[in-house]
Design a binder for this molecule. Structure first.
Ligand SMILES: *Cc1c(COP(=O)(O)O)cnc(C)c1O
Length: 388
């Protein structure tokens, strides 16, 4: 023990909630149990080959061995801009885009550019933990917006008190949503933009699951709302779209000032993304459509298998229209953590406790369809034998 105290900002971090789960998992593995891991949202599929080939080519070019610019390669930002126009019909200049070391990096750094001590960031609960943690690191205060089933897991913006809006500088949103798999329509983004203009704050939409949509549904971008370009910043990621979680590449796009300040924060902390990776990103964004279709089809088949299994076992959930998550209600009287333990012990299925994503996640578990079809069929069999 050094006797050196960690900072208050470290001490303020929420405890890591998956410790018990990891212990249980370790124990099950030691017992030689055959586990089906639906716990972590990390695709099991490989990155499409055409992207890997582009990376290999870019590796051989010594120009790519030097420091990248902290804004990001112009060609990458141009490809991102073209993708946004093709996919969402929005025209945005590459000047309003910054390359990120994965969208998580941008989301975590964004509050550093805007929050002073005590400023509020509106953060959904349950949610991807980075909105809250980025806020805490910037000495801001998260104000939690409950996502409830009766509101289709959208926050009720109209119920946020005026004095909270007045102290708020950022509103975090994430549709298609992790962990609830909820989606939204453009009308909801219009409402968010309305409040952002009224109270002068940034809407930061996390669109990590832009392309993992099923049954013909296509997720909107907040930038499709007229005037959103003045108050919105959107975080995009290649991770889930192209099975590239390990590569660390994404981008932020939106209001010039919001993007500029984020680029400024970043230029003082990191030096951008390895250019060979950005060139692979160019290839993905420009020629990725067939790969996206394939990846969607894989997850849609998997979704149908698990949906059937959960339904037959009597669980309550909404069949996901997007993302690779199932947000499943625990049976009455059983907590998130208890349900996760039961699934592990009785079925060898690893799930995440909903409570790990915020207090409003209690009473739910999250299952990620990141195992192949044969394993999901096995999960379905095991679910049918569950004794609750
Ligand atoms: C996976 C995920 C991200 C992170 O993506 P990276 O680009 O790999 O950092 C961001 N937001 C949500 C909601 C996610 O689930």
């Amino acid at each position: 023990m050094s006797g050196i105290e960690p900072s208050e900002r470290i001490k303020k971090l929420p405890p890591y909630l998956f410790v018990r789960l990891e212990e249980l998992k370790e124990k099950a593995l030691k017992e030689g149990k055959d586990l089906i891991d639906l716990g972590i949202g990390d695709p099991d599929l490989p990155t499409p080959d055409f992207i890997i080939q582009a990376m290999k080519q870019a590796l051989d070019n010594p120009e790519n061995h030097r420091y990248p610019t902290s804004r990001g390669l112009f060609a990458f930002r141009e490809s991102a801009s073209k993708y946004l126009e093709r996919r969402f019909g929005v025209k945005i200049s590459p000047e309003q885009i910054v390359t990120l070391i994965g969208s998580k990096e941008g989301i975590a750094h964004f509050p550093l550019g805007w929050l002073n001590q005590g400023d509020i960031a509106l953060v959904p609960s349950p949610a991807y933990p980075v909105y809250k943690i980025g806020t805490i690191f910037a000495e801001g205060v998260p104000y939690f917006l409950p996502l409830k089933e009766e509101n289709n897991f959208l926050p009720d913006l109209d119920s946020v008190p005026q004095e909270v809006w007045e102290r708020a500088k950022i509103l975090f949103l994430n549709y298609p949503n992790n962990p609830t798999s909820a989606v939204c329509e453009l009308e909801f983004f219009e409402r968010a933009v309305f409040y952002a203009k009224k109270y002068q704050l940034w809407v930061a939409n996390d669109l990590a699951y832009a392309e993992l949509c099923f049954d013909g549904y296509l997720a909107p971008s907040i930038l499709q709302v007229p005037g959103a370009e003045e108050v919105a910043i959107e975080f995009h990621s290649l991770s889930k779209t192209f099975n590239m979680t390990g590569w660390r590449v994404g981008f932020a796009v939106g209001a010039r000032e919001a993007v500029d300040i984020l680029a400024r924060v970043k230029s003082n902390i990191d030096s951008g993304v390895f250019q060979a990776i950005q060139w692979a990103g160019v290839e993905a964004l420009e020629k990725g459509e067939p790969a996206i279709e394939e990846i969607r089809a894989v997850y849609q088949r998997r979704r149908d298998i698990l949906a059937e299994g959960l339904e037959q076992a009597g669980f309550k959930f909404q069949k996901p229209k997007a993302t690779f998550y199932f947000w499943v209600k625990t049976p009455k009287g059983i907590s998130s953590e208890e349900m996760v333990a039961i699934l592990l012990e009785q079925a060898g299925i690893i799930a995440s406790p909903g409570s790990g994503y915020g207090s409003e996640g209690e009473g739910y578990i999250r299952l990620a369809i990141v195992s192949e079809e044969s394993r999901l069929k096995e999960a379905k069999n095991r679910l049918s034998q569950l004794k609750l």
